[in-house]
Design a protein around this ligand. Structure first.
Ligand code: FES
Ligand code: FES
Length: 162
């Protein structure tokens, strides 16, 4: 199959990839760009383990062709922080035990990042509803909710002191 050339900005860097039109964005991120934090947990667009931020929206990258991301601004979990400088949400997931196997976590955190941009002061119900596109088999969600509410609080505190 003929390949197409794609240009995107991923985690702040301009990237160019050569891929087939049928290729899913999740596979391009993982296999071509080696950003393997984005996971694949289903084939029915339910689980949200593949969630990334694309053009300021939470997107399930398993249900987007890479070709549709031409020119897009993408943030994956690797762009939200690193082991030496965690993003607030990463820090709060760690502190509140919002992960166990870690497989849903990149998608959860990437989604939570956008959720908190959409609503900086969510209630518990807002968080549960806002995260409904992301499934977790390990945590029972409770600690994920706590971590996201704590992240909102921290982010609001730092806005006040800024
Ligand atoms: S891999 Fe399950 S929603 Fe994308
Ligand atoms: S931490 Fe294992 S699936 Fe969520």
């Amino acid at each position: 199959m003929e390949k197409i050339r794609l240009n995107m900005t991923v985690n702040g860097k301009a990237v160019e990839v050569l891929t087939e039109p049928r290729q899913l964005l999740a596979h391009v991120l993982r296999e071509e760009l080696e950003l393997t934090g984005t996971h694949i947990g289903c084939e029915s667009t339910h689980c949200g383990a593949c969630t990334i931020d694309m053009n300021e929206m939470s997107v399930k990258s398993c249900s987007v062709f890479a070709a549709q991301a031409q020119g897009a601004e993408i943030t994956t979990i690797e762009g939200l922080g690193n082991p030496d400088g965690l993003n607030v949400i990463q820090e709060m997931f760690k502190e509140h035990h919002g992960l166990q196997c870690g497989y849903c976590t990149p998608g959860m955190i990437t989604r939570a990042y956008r959720l908190l941009q959409e609503n900086s002061n969510p209630t518990e119900e807002d968080v549960r509803f806002g995260m409904a596109g992301n499934l977790c088999r390990c945590t029972g969600y409770q600690n994920i909710v706590k971590a996201i509410l704590a992240s909102a609080e921290k982010m609001n505190e730092s806005k006040e002191t800024a």
